[in-house]
Design a protein around this ligand. Structure first.
Ligand SMILES: NC(=O)c1ccc[n+]([C@@H]2O[C@H](COP(=O)([O-])OP(=O)(O)OC[C@H]3O[C@@H](n4cnc5c(N)ncnc54)[C@H](OP(=O)(O)O)[C@@H]3O)[C@@H](O)[C@H]2O)c1
Length: 294
């Protein structure tokens, strides 16, 4: 164990014996390559990352947040302890809390660390203002489906050929589909894939509201709608290589039938155009956040 890590361990008064044991266990495993993830903030997103990765071999985890959480991983009371522990440091805080955290991070020794930012609307250049251009920074835009290894995640970095950046990109592949993207594309990507799950659910909510006419219990309606979406997703998944989305819609549409009537309304009332407005609003907000920092 490095002497700095050992002294950190000994100096930490508030750590209980179970945590100390865990900390030792983590630090002693030196024989094989371990990726140590440190989460700054343990909210919706970093929890999803943790759930997606916890069964992976060769990973250990710790977090730093304002309050301790009910989770069986190491809690660091000081940001410095987390930085000493981790190779990969996840910025799991809200955009408005980012500069406060970066102010603290710039006082830490970040040599050899990978800084990962999923923070919406915050550029690599913004983070470099605090941590410097030599710091390896990876910017990603994931979604909460990371927990089920089904996120669609955009990736970019300030050091494209860097080995650690490549390793991190490979890791994202375990959490769903990862795609390298120019940073200028992040605002639109955020609206489609970051906020996308909420928009799709909002669509499902419209179906649910309509189903109130059946007078069925709410949980049953949710189950039925879940089956509908899973069936639709499966249909899409099974046929997506050979058919376009338009063709898949056409396959469900009989001439003069109910689906056709609904789709005509959809087109006549430009529902698609309106829905595009939802995506544009999210993209505009992301652009605005990039500009003014909130
Ligand atoms: N949620 C998503 O679907 C999603 C998708 C893509 C990207 N993102 C990005 O991911 C980031 C995190 O989002 P989230 O939804 O996970 O947020 P969240 O649930 O609100 O979690 C934020 C976390 O930050 C911690 N925190 C705030 N200020 C802190 C400070 N000064 N020191 C230490 N910890 C602090 C909070 O700690 P306490 O709990 O102790 O207060 C909390 O655990 C955001 O920047 C967002 O843009 C989120």
């Amino acid at each position: 164990m490095h002497s700095r890590e050992r002294s950190l361990l000994l100096n930490s008064n508030n750590r209980n014996s179970l945590e100390t044991e865990r900390f030792l266990e983590i630090l002693e495993v030196k024989s094989k390559k371990i990726m140590k993830h440190g989460f700054i903030g343990f909210g919706n997103l970093t929890r999803a990352v943790y759930h997606g990765l916890k069964e992976e071999k060769g990973m250990t985890f710790a977090y730093f947040a304002r309050n301790r959480k009910e989770v069986d991983i190491l809690f660091c009371e000081q940001i410095n302890d987390l930085v000493s522990f981790a190779d990969v440091i996840w910025l799991g805080i809200k955009p408005q809390d980012l500069n406060g955290i970066l102010e603290q991070l710039k006082e830490c020794n970040l040599d050899g660390k990978t800084i990962v930012s999923p923070v919406a609307g915050k550029s690599i250049a913004y983070i470099e203002q605090y941590l410097g251009k030599n710091q390896l920074i990876v910017r990603i835009m994931p979604n909460l489906a990371m927990a089920y290894r089904k996120s669609v995640t955009a990736f970019t970095t300030n050091r494209p050929g860097n080995k650690k950046a490549r390793e991190f990109f490979a890791l994202l592949g375990k959490l769903g589909k990862a795609v390298e993207l120019e940073e200028s594309g992040f605002n639109l990507f955020t609206s489609v894939f970051g906020s996308g799950p909420a928009f799709i659910l909002a669509f499902i909510q419209i179906f649910k509201d309509k189903m109130q006419e059946f007078n069925l219990p709410g949980p049953l309606i949710d189950e039925l709608l879940l089956e509908l979406t899973q069936g639709t997703t499966l249909y899409f998944a099974q046929n997506q290589k050979n058919y376009s989305i338009e063709e898949l819609i056409r396959n469900i549409t009989s001439k003069g039938g109910t689906t056709q009537a609904g789709l005509e309304y959809f087109r006549d009332h430009q529902i698609g155009k309106h829905f595009e407005g939802v995506l544009d609003a999210a993209r505009n907000r992301s652009e605005e956040m990039s500009r003014n920092g909130r």
